[in-house]
Write a protein that binds this ligand. Structure first.
Ligand SMILES: NC(=O)c1ccc[n+]([C@@H]2O[C@H](COP(=O)([O-])OP(=O)(O)OC[C@H]3O[C@@H](n4cnc5c(N)ncnc54)[C@H](OP(=O)(O)O)[C@@H]3O)[C@@H](O)[C@H]2O)c1
Length: 257
């Protein structure tokens, strides 16, 4: 399938983890990709190299999305390199990985999570979205990577849950602001075994087994499991959806007998 033939896609945080897997998946379906990263420059170059090996264009761009000026620079690079952007995936997220309990209240950690996940995602939607609807720009789709935490909360890092709730607010607000040219939706991932999760302290100390036991489908997602629903929200397949939250969690959030 080549749903993104000739399309221009910007994936944030594509130097590692889920963003890297996503960037390659878009290229596999025909897209040219702007590979954004913050600190993973080697990973971003490797992602770009693999995209070019598929016969697609790739450019890398660095920036801290919690800074409005840096988001403006990222956007400028993306549009000047590719002319327009059809799809933005806001994959960047700070999960407060070193925090193991709500009891570890650290103001800097809280501020950081909120700055990256809420402010950063907002800046990205705002800047890229504004240009996606400008003049005769073709419009397109924005997909935010959200989380199961908006269903279940996070006693480990409550600010992470608050931040991902914030992303839902941004999704609904910008879905209305940018309509009808641009759709904005959020994918809700549950536990997805990226290196970040695999290395998390609680994950290696019993949490994995606990989650597995509570997941009706009896498996933990790989990043590759989350690719099809993300590409669905990015593609024409979801053309009548905007402002929505699509949960993909192996049934983990189900309640009842
Ligand atoms: N893994 C899970 O279990 C899980 C579950 C639900 C939802 N999610 C969501 O899925 C997304 C990806 O998760 P992941 O496991 O792949 O995460 P990850 O491995 O921790 O990667 C985080 C990404 O965010 C980027 N980043 C962090 N702070 C940044 C900043 N200030 N400015 C720009 N980029 C920044 C990092 O870039 P650099 O490396 O270049 O610095 C990296 O690419 C996140 O939004 C996360 O909340 C993950």
């Amino acid at each position: 399938m080549s749903r993104f033939e000739g399309k221009k896609v910007l994936v944030t945080g594509a130097g590692r983890g889920f963003g890297r897997v996503l960037a390659l998946a878009f290229a596999n379906e025909g897209a040219d990709v702007v590979v954004h990263y913050n600190s993973s420059s080697a990973g971003a170059e490797e992602t770009a190299k693999e995209i070019r090996a598929l016969g697609r264009k790739a450019v890398t761009v660095q920036g801290n999305i919690a800074s409005y000026a840096e988001v403006q620079a990222i956007t400028e690079t993306a549009f000047s390199e590719f002319g327009h952007i059809d799809v933005l995936v806001n994959n960047v997220g700070d999960m407060a990985l070193n925090q193991t309990s709500w009891r570890e209240l650290d103001e800097k950690v809280v501020d950081h999570t909120l700055a990256v996940d809420v402010k950063g995602t907002m800046f990205m939607i705002h800047e890229v979205g504004s240009r996606m609807i400008e003049g005769d720009a073709p419009g397109g789709s924005i997909v935010n990577i959200g989380s199961q935490v908006v269903i279940a909360g996070s006693p480990r890092a409550p600010q992470y849950a608050a931040a991902k709730y914030g992303v839902i607010g941004l999704t609904k607000s910008y879905a209305r602001a940018l309509a009808p040219k641009v759709r904005v939706n959020t994918l809700g991932a549950a536990f997805m075994e990226t290196e970040a999760l695999k290395n998390r302290h609680d994950w290696t100390h019993g949490r994995r087994e606990q989650v597995l036991a509570q997941t009706p489908l009896g498996r933990i997602a790989t990043p590759e499991d989350m690719v099809p629903p993300t590409l669905f929200l990015a593609a024409e397949d979801s053309r009548h959806m905007t402002g929505q939250f699509l949960l993909c969690n192996g049934g983990l959030a189900m309640v009842g007998a």
